[in-house]
Write a protein that binds this ligand. Structure first.
Ligand code: ZN
Ligand code: MN
Length: 146
């Protein structure tokens, strides 16, 4: 897991290099995106931002996400039945565990799992560009309350 403070510093530096001004709202969004493994949706980010900055708009959140996406500094997980979720800590493809009950998304620690796509691609003569590997189940918290 990347140290949050250094990840935020890294993002601030990259954004500044692009001439992007770091407003208090934008800084707060970076903190929310990198704070934990919750993989927040844009609405999750907005709701939390709103508690600190009641004059903020959803557009502020969407704009920041769009900029980070363009810079390849955020991983966007798209779903057909729920909102997109974001990982600001690991902006590259990796395995996710997804709870079918509560929608929790986490990054499982499992050595070798993320080497598999590269090996499969290599074996088939592909150049690996991207991959998606989601494992669906019922998380420990939901299993405990079942
Ligand atoms: Zn759950
Ligand atoms: Mn992730």
């Amino acid at each position: 897991m990347t140290d949050q403070r250094s990840r935020v510093q890294e993002l601030i530096q990259r954004l500044r290099e692009r001439g992007c001004r770091i407003t208090p709202q934008r800084l707060a969004i970076l903190h929310i995106l990198t704070r934990d493994q919750s993989h927040p949706s844009a609405e999750d980010i907005f709701k939390e931002l709103y508690t600190q900055f009641p004059t903020t708009s959803r557009a502020t959140v969407y704009k920041m996400i769009a900029v980070l996406k363009e810079m390849n500094e955020i991983l966007e997980l798209e779903f057909s039945d729920q909102s997109n979720r974001y990982d600001g800590n690991r902006p590259y493809p990796h395995t996710h565990l997804i709870c079918l009950y509560c929608g929790a998304i986490s990054d499982p620690e499992h050595a070798g799992l993320d080497d598999l796509p590269r090996e499969l691609a290599l074996h088939a003569g592909y150049e690996l560009v991207s991959y998606r590997f989601d494992v669906y189940g019922i998380c420990p918290a939901c299993r405990a309350t079942k």
